[in-house]
Ligand binder design. Structure first.
Ligand code: BES
Ligand code: MN
Ligand code: ZN
Length: 493
């Protein structure tokens, strides 16, 4: 699917289909009205018959004779102030309807509808992302690929001349974001026997080559030299060697302190000796979605050529039970020097993250954000709508909440105060790797907080948002839109 923008006259269109927004009960206006007049009032007559339902996202295909072959009427509801969700539903519905039509080239006017508080940039991004989402397929592991073609191939957004330059930037950025998201999704969806720590490192290598990023991959020996005892304790039960991927994108002066993104890269989480129940364990292949979101965000940022410095750090390993695996009760020394009693080997994410969070200190980051499918407790707390946000800094919280809202990839702030730290008390080490069951997402964040005193830091628990279960099982690419929006704001103030 290719997207572009053009100034077009609605009365002289040549296309397989035009997407036209309709507020049911209101007369057509703007280009929709011009188009209707050019068709002798055909569209308004069809709408007046009442076949287009009021519900936002209802669609009606009208077939025409001539250079414009079809018009897809899309309902945005009946209120003149269109709600954000109505616009997103309408956009998704339009692509669904077009997937079943034979139109190859499409012109969209959908963004001519006024959406409360939302700019043209936002409306173009919604259309590009929902179009790419509808076109996404994961068929790498199927012996027979689906034969139905992806349609439409070409999409032109009709935009007045005065707004061309801005709209072209919006569309090319939205496509860069979609490319990053597809990369994240593919990595998440790959099976754990393919997507190993070594595979992630190889993909990072490809990314670095394509976009001119600086890359370093630390192996077991280097981790030992750095005394990453917590990360190595998780990795030691697996046949797969661990990797620490360090990618640098330098879009600004080297004097500017970078933002560091740290992503949990457990390529499969069995729980280790504290083994998980069998039901649904396959979904623990998604336990590297934090890592994948870091790589996808770097891809998006690099393609956009943002004027900012970003470091992506991905600790990657597998959490397996074996004769060499860590036992409950083992005590390890983290890179920070703090000792940890591993009471539950299934709380492994925080163990690999804590050493990565100490490692990033060397880059003198201005801000560090870690992204992790960290706790089932976060899913209990927030469900699948918002990612959990934990940070001691109010200003950083506000930035991330805004970025989430603007990109429709929301997060919700959770508490992180010291009253929860007591849960991590250990009889034998500095602290334990688990608290009790209660407040599990918070005590996990409290564990990480003990390693992040030297910089501004936020933690995103994406256990409930990184993938979908059930019939539509698959990675969501969240929170790549949130992170990318955050970095655009940081780059452009
Ligand atoms: N990767 C899991 C968290 C998870 C579980 C994410 C289910 C999404 C769905 C993590 O490593 C884990 O196992 N966490 C434990 C922590 C517990 C042992 C304190 C959990 O949530 O049960
Ligand atoms: Mn686990
Ligand atoms: Zn895990």
């Amino acid at each position: 699917m290719q997207f572009s923008t053009k100034p077009l006259s609605a009365d002289r269109l040549k296309a397989g289909c035009a997407i036209v927004p309709v507020i049911v009960g209101e007369p057509l206006s703007g280009d929709a009205q011009t188009l209707d007049q050019a068709q002798g009032g055909r569209l308004s007559a069809v709408i007046a018959r009442g076949d287009l339902q009021k519900k936002p996202g209802s669609t009606l295909m009208v077939h025409l004779e001539g250079a414009l072959q079809r018009v897809l009427l899309v309902s945005l509801g009946s209120a003149t102030e269109v709600a954000e969700k109505s616009f997103r539903d309408a956009s998704a519905a339009a692509w669904r309807a077009l997937a079943n039509a034979a139109a190859e080239d499409v012109v969209s006017f959908l963004h001519e509808a006024a959406v409360a508080q939302r700019s043209l940039d936002w409306k173009l991004q919604v259309q590009v992302l929902s179009g790419r989402d509808a076109a996404y397929r994961f068929e790498a592991m199927k012996s027979r690929k689906e034969s139905t073609p992806k349609r439409p191939r070409q999409v032109v957004f009709a935009v007045p001349r005065a707004q061309q330059a801005a709209a072209a930037v919006s569309v090319s950025r939205a496509q860069a974001l979609a490319n990053g998201m597809d990369f994240t999704r593919d990595l998440g969806n790959l099976p754990p026997n393919v997507c190993t720590p070594t595979y992630l490192a190889d993909q990072a290598k490809k990314l670095a080559r394509e976009f001119g990023l600086k890359l370093e991959v630390l192996d077991t020996k280097q981790m030992q030299a750095l005394k990453m005892g917590a990360l190595l304790a998780v990795a030691q039960g697996s046949e797969q060697p661990p990797k620490m991927i360090v990618l640098q994108y330098n879009g600004a002066s080297s004097r500017q302190q970078p933002v560091a993104l740290v992503g949990k890269g457990i390529t499969f989480d069995t729980g280790g000796i504290s083994i998980k129940p069998a039901a649904g364990m396959d979904e623990m292949k998604f336990d590297m979605c934090g890592a994948a979101s870091v790589l996808g965000t770097l891809r998006a940022v690099a393609e956009m050529k943002l004027k900012i410095n970003v470091i992506g750090v991905v600790p990657a390993c597998e959490n397996m039970p074996s004769g060499r695996a860590t036992r409950p009760g083992d005590i390890v020394t983290s890179m920070s020097g703090q000792t940890v009693e591993i009471l539950n080997t299934d709380a492994e994410g925080r163990l690999i993250l804590c050493d990565a969070l100490t490692y990033v200190e060397r880059f003198k980051p201005r801000t560090v954000i870690d992204i992790a499918t960290l706790t089932g407790a976060c899913v209990v707390a927030l469900g699948h709508h918002h990612s959990g946000l934990f940070t001691p800094q109010d200003a950083l919280a506000a930035e991330l909440i805004d970025a989430g809202r603007d990109s429709s990839d929301t997060c919700w702030r959770m508490p992180l105060d010291d009253v929860y730290q007591d849960a991590l008390k250990s009889r034998f080490a500095d602290f334990a790797n688990v608290g009790g069951r209660d407040g599990g997402a918070i005590t996990a964040a409290c564990f990480l907080a003990r390693f992040t005193k030297k910089y501004d830091w936020a933690h995103l628990d994406i256990a409930g948002t990184a993938w979908k279960s059930g019939a539509a099982k698959g990675a969501s690419a969240r929170p790549v839109p949130l992170l990318t929006r955050f970095l655009i704001s940081r780059a452009e103030g």
